[in-house]
Design a protein around this ligand. Sequence first.
Ligand code: OAD
Length: 373
Amino acid sequence: MPGTRSQYKAKTAAAKLDAPTIEGIVNYIKKNDVKRIIVMSGAGISTDSGIPDFRSKGTGLYDNLQKFNLPYAEAIFDIDYFMEKPEPFYALAKELYPGKYYPTKTHYFIRLLHEKGMLLRNFTQNIDTLERLAGLDEDLIVEAHGSFATASCVECKNVADPAQVKKKVLKGEVARCSSCDGLIKPDITFFGQNLPKRFFKRLHDFSEADLLIVIGTSLQVQPFASLIDDVPDYVPRLLINKEKAGDHHTSHSGFDFKWKYGKKRDALFLGDCNEGVQKFAELMGWKDDLESLYNKEHAKLKSIWEAETLAEKVEKEHEAEEEEKQIEKETKSEDEKQHKEIEALAKVLEEKLHIPSDPQESKDRSNATSSSK
Ligand code: OAD
């Protein structure tokens, strides 16, 4: 049932922030029963873990693809280009493959929102799977541009074995389908491809949200960027980013940071996202919660990875030892084989040249020959 105009007006009035800042947002949360926050995130939340974003000048991925000789930077994620030339994507995938990158404070802040019973969903454009690694339940995540977690054949759509694909990627080789020999591609959404079904299935979340937080994205890729306009008009929106993105100057609708139209619902934190979320947590009274969640989970991952690295080292040493033993065995049997061949050859020669195998017999025979002269 849609509400009445006066209910809508009351809600809209209640949504006005007292400042276009994180403080304004936190005051709003404290005064209202906020429980359905949507977080929209992008590559900026992972840069602190060592993964480059796409469009930052100098450090962004698209400024560092010269070695691949692409017709234009985004071609590396273009499906038509991939079908013709998969090698550049595979070479890049080797560099980007989710490995031992730690989730950042911002990832744990999103998880903390959930633990505080306030997260409706995290719509992420990231393919690095760090949200999962930070312990956020799969159901709470919408990977709008897919991820490296699964892979399939671009021709017959067969699901590929992720372990096999990973092996190929890490060797820098192109993976091919075991049934039709088509190209295998990690299920990342390329330009020219549809977004995952789950993205469309969960779009109605936006009409149910009571706060929108956008973190670490330039909001340049559609349809993701336009989702900021899918929350109802009275819902406050906060952008935490190093630069302004998605405002009225750069897009048709978008954020209204200047409050020109009297809505007073958009807020901005310009700077590093980890600093932004720490400030947010502090103002909410969650500073220690965020700190201890981050420290605990980070230490857990560190010890798992250290154990894995050790196990990998032991396995590699074991493999090297086995290989050495095998070579030794092969050399030994090669020596034995050669020895047998020489013996056989010597025997043939003895027979052909009538050389006695007993040296005494040979001596006798030669003495007999000289005395008969
Ligand atoms: P972009 O590289 O376009 O934008 C990242 C944004 O994060 C920029 O505005 C940076 O200024 C900001 N930023 C970087 N580090 C930050 C930090 N530590 N704190 C705060 N802000 C920071 O990345 P996305 O918007 O995520 O598609 O890019 C969207 C899509 O474009 C990606 O999903 C990718 C790409 O083509 C696919 O992979 C299919």
